[in-house]
Design a protein. Structure first.
Length: 272
């Protein structure tokens, strides 16, 4: 499968942009790795991760519905979390990928866990990196964010919320890169997506996950302290928790090298 950006129709109103990283030798390959990004991002969020996997895995980095180079959604579009999962399954079908490793950051990790619970036949193992099991706590923040984005635009909102998202460890140049990446998101997509966010809760699905699962969080994550993350992580049978030092909740972005190495080692231990 040639490397590059592909467009895959997943519904009448949406094409997903999908980055393919294929540097494989045909006699030395392992199952594909699909990477699912978070709010206001794109598949480029995993750029730093690619070298750790692409020597032996086909790497697939979709832009979720509305994001990156995928079809933007209108502000009155009604997002359904399960529908985002359906998009990914249709993408796998179009690419003729039967079973894959899943990695997700932030709400992309929440989506990865949902997919693993609902489609165990398609997932070999999953890594949820800086991912909440529930986003119902955003019930108050999401309307405020939508109002700010409508009145000021996307970039001011990104700048104002970046410290909470990325913490204090990154240099200014890295923060600027993330701000530019996230600010490319269309305001209409965020208007629609942020209406869905407070409804997302996969806590009840977690005990149904029957695939090897790695959860990574930080000591100072703004999405939940270690004890609360451990509480839901332990409901996933046989799952493993890794806790990294730091005050970022987007640890896939702030600690990509450490996270990628831990995820690859976890996947490498799994018989396929």
């Amino acid at each position: 499968m040639a490397s590059g950006l592909r467009k895959i129709g997943v519904s009448d109103d949406c094409e997903l942009a999908v980055r393919i990283d294929d540097y494989l030798l045909p006699w030395d390959t392992k199952p594909p790795v699909v990477m699912l990004h978070g709010l206001a991002e794109s598949g480029e969020a995993f750029r730093r991760w690619v070298p750790y996997f692409a020597t032996h895995h086909l790497v697939v980095r979709p832009d979720l519905r509305g994001y990156g180079d995928s079809t933007p959604m209108q502000g009155d579009y009604v997002y359904h979390f399960a529908g985002l999962g359906d998009d990914i399954i249709r993408m796998l079908d179009a690419l003729k990928l039967d079973r894959v490793f899943l990695v997700g950051g932030k709400i992309g990790g929440t989506l990865a866990m949902h997919l693993t619970a609902k489609h165990p036949d398609r997932v070999i193992a999953v890594a949820a990196v800086g991912a909440p099991a529930s986003l119902t706590s955003f019930n108050e923040r999401a309307p405020t964010w939508r109002k700010q984005i409508r009145e000021q635009g996307v970039e001011p909102w990104v700048r104002e919320t970046t410290a909470g998202r990325l913490g204090s460890s990154l240099p200014p140049a890295a923060l600027d890169w993330w701000i530019k990446l996230m600010s490319k998101t269309k305001a209409s997509t965020l208007e629609a997506f942020l209406q869905m966010v407070p409804t997302v809760d996969v806590t009840g699905e977690l005990p149904s996950i029957k695939r090897p699962t790695l959860v990574i969080t930080t000591t100072g994550s703004g999405l939940g302290d270690v004890s609360s993350v451990k509480a839901w992580q332990e409901t996933i049978p046989g799952s493993k928790l890794e806790v990294l030092p730091g005050d970022s909740y987007h640890v896939a972005a702030t600690d990509p090298d450490v996270c990628a190495q831990k995820v690859r080692a976890f996947f490498d231990r799994i018989a396929t």
